[in-house]
Design a protein around this ligand. Sequence first.
Ligand code: NAD
Length: 179
Amino acid sequence: MSLTGKVALVTGGAQGIGRAVVQSLLQSSAKVVMVDLNKDLGEECKAQLDAEFGEGNCRFIECDVANGDALRGTFQNTVDQFGRLDIVINNAGITNEKDWEKTIQVNLTSVIKGTYLALEHMSKEYGKQGGTIINVSSMAGNTHTDTHVRWLSESVRLSGGLAHGNIFFLGCGCCVRNT
Ligand SMILES: NC(=O)c1ccc[n+]([C@@H]2O[C@H](COP(=O)([O-])OP(=O)(O)OC[C@H]3O[C@@H](n4cnc5c(N)ncnc54)[C@H](O)[C@@H]3O)[C@@H](O)[C@H]2O)c1
C-alpha cells in the first residue's frame, strides 16, 4: 500500500516493534517522525534509515512521552516540519513494577494524551482531514500475570475508556485501533 503524501508519528520508534513500524511506513513512502526517549539510539537509527530511504523522509525527536508538554511540542514540531499528520502510533511502553507510577504514566496516561493530541491534529472536528490512531498494548492485559502494574495498564489500554472512545473518535473522521 502506498502512503505517499502521508505523515506518521511513532512513539518508542527507535527500537523493537516501533523501529519495525517506522521502517515499514518508510517502505510505503510515508514521511515518519520517530519519537523516543533514547537519544543515542534514535540518532543511530535515523542515520541507518537515512542511508536506506534517503534524507528528509525520517526525523528523530527526543521526547519522554510521560512529559505532557514535551509530547504536545513533539506533535506541533511534526506538523510544523511536514505540514500535516495522518497516522499516529502510540507504541512506547515499559515494564517497571518498582516505578509503578512511571509505568502507568508511560503505558496508559501518555497513550490517552497521545490519542487526544492526535485528534487535535487530525480530527475533522478540528477542521483537519481525519487519520488513523493505533494504540499498541499487550495480550498481557487479557491474562493476569505476576507483573501487576503492567497487567493493569495494559488491561485498561486494551479494554477501558479507549475502546469506549472508538465510537466518538470514528465520528470525528479518525479511526482508532487499540492493538
Ligand atoms: N515485544 C513484545 O513481545 C511485546 C508484547 C506485548 C506488547 N508489547 C508492547 O509493544 C510496545 C513496544 O514493545 P517493544 O518490545 O518493541 O519495546 P522495546 O523496549 O524494545 O522498545 C520500546 C521503545 O520505547 C522507548 N521508550 C520507552 N519509554 C519511553 C518514553 N517514556 N518515552 C519515549 N520513548 C520511550 C524505548 O527507548 C524503546 O526505544 C510496548 O507498548 C509494549 O508494551 C510488546
